[in-house]
Structure formats: structure tokens, C-alpha cells
Design a protein around this ligand. Structure first.
Ligand SMILES: Nc1ncnc2c1ncn2[C@@H]1O[C@H](COP(=O)(O)OP(=O)(O)O)[C@@H](O)[C@H]1O
Ligand SMILES: [Mg+2]
Length: 318
């Protein structure tokens, strides 16, 4: 079976701006995939190519095997999009907006009304069904965007920064709804610059920067690139501690400050038991242990910073 999204050497330029500069990406069916990148990285452009709002300058893009240009209808009908910007008919009751949308995608009128009710209930704004979009609160507008994306029961749900500017509680409610959809088999493509969101939700993350994919991996694998701190609180101040680095080459540094020992290592979670057992062998009593993992954020900042450094010589030579 074809993957949900298959992209080869995708390019898009706006005049001199290379918004997408040769992107290769495969999003497997059923996955919860994150596209993580700073503002201007090309995330929205990428999505707009998939849904036919932007014409690519080069490369290939397929959705469930359908070319997004040659087989536009098939590709587009399989996608539900909650775009970053609100683009809604503001003057109709939201229930009608949903029914029109369903009709546009070929869903018969009666079924369309049922679907509209279902999705409004699902996102928790059924009691607002006769209200105009304009009159909804900011949070309800976000919920409505999700409802509209779901009206066609899409196999691929694309969410472009769905929780930007949304309060914590609504963010968590939206996450729950999306996770539930994914568990029922919907493929999710989520763009975000909230690292926590990618870390919590996605099984795979592509880091996009300046129109290029820097890396694709699970959030855990990305975090393993950074170092963690194993922080040990000892009962008494030691005169010497074991040579952890000699015993494990994942250990990068060791610092002792009074009774507090900090061992900095890659894969801190795996190194910690060894630290404990070496201390124990030497007769040190441990009163507290904490592992401070590198966040995906630190890894992300590091990766995109390196990207900037790579880009600098080109700028200065021109
Ligand atoms: N319609 C457009 N015309 C000109 N430049 C654009 C247009 N849309 C996006 N860009 C530029 O393309 C780059 C990528 O933008 P975008 O895809 O919106 O990034 P992101 O969604 O990651 O913030 C940016 O440099 C942006 O200014
Ligand atoms: Mg964007």
C-alpha cells in the first residue's frame, strides 16, 4: 500500500525565496507525523502544495498514491485540512458552513447534515451550531476549524499550527480529540513550533528549516542526540567519586558540588543505574536521584542553529 504522503525533491520558489528547497519525505499510513520548524521554514507552503493551493516549482508529491496535481480530486478528497489562517464563510451559521463543505466534496445533503452534527458534537461546539463564525470565541474558532477538516471523514488530517494562540486547557482537549482520531486509523500531519506538542503527540518528527528537511526521527531518538543530567544527592560529602567516564563512554562530564553530583551523559536514563551501582560499591549513600532529560527543544535549537551557520557563508559571499 502507498504511504499517506510521498514527497520527492519538492521545490517551491516565490521569486528569490526558496520556500521548499528539495524536500524528501514519506509519511506512513496511520502515523502521527510532526513537521517541526521555526517560522518561515516552509511548513505552510508544504501543506498548501499537498492540498493544491500552491503550485509546486519542481519535484513530486503524492497523497495515498495520487499525484496532487494530475489526480487533484482524489488527492484532495482524502485530506481534511485545518489551516493556520481562518478562511471561513463568516455570514452563515456554522452548521451550514459545514453542510456546504460536505456538499462540495460530494456528500449527499442528508448525510451532510448528519455529519455536521457529528463533528460539531465531537469538537464540543454543537450548542453553537446556529451561530455565525464571526461570533465564536477564539478557542471555538479553532474547534470549528477542526470540525470542518473532519466533515469528509478524511483518511489524512492535516493540522497547520492548530493550537497557536490557544489556552492550555483547549490545547489539551484538542490533543485528546486528535489522538483519538489517530487511534481509529486517521493519519495525522501536524505542523507546530510548540516542541512540547511534537514531543507528546508524534511518533515521527521531521525537522524543517529554510525549506529543507534536516532530520526525520522519533522524538525519543532526537532527544537521545542531546545529553541528559543524572543528578545524585549524596548523604555525605565525598572526598572522591568513581571514574564514571572510564566505565561508560556515554558519560561526557562529571561535576561534584558539595553533596550534589551531576553526571552529564548521552542516554542518561540508561547510564543512571550504573552511576548508582558504582556509588553504592564505593559505599556512598544516595538520598535522591533525578534524571533531567535534554528536551526536544534543546536539540531543535541546536539543529536549526547549525543550519544558520551553514547558510551564513552563502550570504556573505553574494
Ligand atoms: N505567497 C507568498 N509569496 C511570497 N513568499 C511567500 C509566500 N508564502 C510564503 N512565502 C515565504 O516562504 C517562506 C516559507 O513560508 P511558510 O511556508 O509560510 O513557512 P512556515 O509555515 O514554516 O512559517 C517564507 O520565507 C515566506 O516568507
Ligand atoms: Mg505556517
Amino acid at each position: 500500500m502507498e504511504p499517506a504522503i510521498e514527497i520527492r525533491d519538492l521545490r517551491k520558489s516565490y521569486g528569490d525565496v526558496q520556500a521548499l528547497d528539495g524536500v524528501d519525505l514519506t509519511v506512513p499510513r496511520g502515523s502521527f507525523f510532526g513537521l517541526l520548524g521555526p517560522n518561515g521554514a516552509g511548513k505552510t507552503t508544504f501543506i498548501n502544495v499537498l492540498v493544491g493551493l500552491v503550485r509546486k516549482s519542481g519535484g513530486e508529491a503524492r497523497v495515498f498514491g495520487h499525484d496532487v496535481e494530475a489526480d487533484y480530486r482524489e488527492a484532495r478528497d482524502s485530506i481534511g485540512l485545518a489551516p493556520q489562517e481562518f478562511n471561513v464563510d463568516r455570514f452563515f451559521p456554522i452548521r451550514e458552513v459545514l453542510e456546504h463543505k460536505a456538499g462540495y466534496h460530494g456528500i449527499p445533503r442528508e448525510r451532510a447534515s448528519e455529519r455536521a452534527e457529528e463533528v460539531l458534537k465531537r469538537v464540543g461546539i454543537y450548542d453553537k451550531r446556529d451561530t455565525r463564525f464571526d461570533w465564536l470565541s477564539g478557542g471555538m474558532k479553532r474547534r470549528f476549524m477542526l470540525a470542518r477538516a473532519l466533515i469528509t471523514e478524511p483518511d489524512l488530517l492535516i493540522l497547520d499550527e492548530p493550537t497557536a494562540g490557544v489556552d492550555v486547557q483547549l490545547r489539551h482537549e484538542l490533543w485528546e480529540t486528535i489522538v483519538d482520531l489517530n487511534q481509529r486509523g486517521t493519519t495525522i500531519l501536524l505542523t507546530t513550533h510548540y516542541i512540547e506538542e511534537a514531543e507528546r503527540l508524534c511518533d515521527e518528527v521531521a525537522i524543517l528549516d529554510s525549506g529543507r528537511v534536516l532530520d526525520v526521527a522519533t522524538p525519543e531518538a532526537l532527544m537521545d542526540r542531546g545529553t541528559d543530567d543524572v543528578v545524585v544527592q549524596l548523604r555525605e560529602e565525598p572526598t572522591a567519586v568513581p571514574d564514571f567516564a572510564a566505565r561508560d563512554d556515554r558519560v561526557e562530564s562529571v561535576e561534584l558540588d558539595g553533596t550534589m553530583l551531576v553526571v552529564t551523559a548521552r542516554q542518561g536514563g540508561l547510564v543512571a543505574p550504573e552511576v548508582v551501582s558504582l556509588l553504592d560499591d564505593d559505599g556512598h549513600e544516595i538520598v535522591d536521584l533525578e534524571i533531567r532529560r535534554t528536551s526536544l527543544e534543546e536539540v531543535f535549537v541546536e539543529m536549526t542553529r547549525q543550519g544558520e551557520e551553514r547558510a551564513t557563508p552563502e550570504v556573505s559571499s553574494s
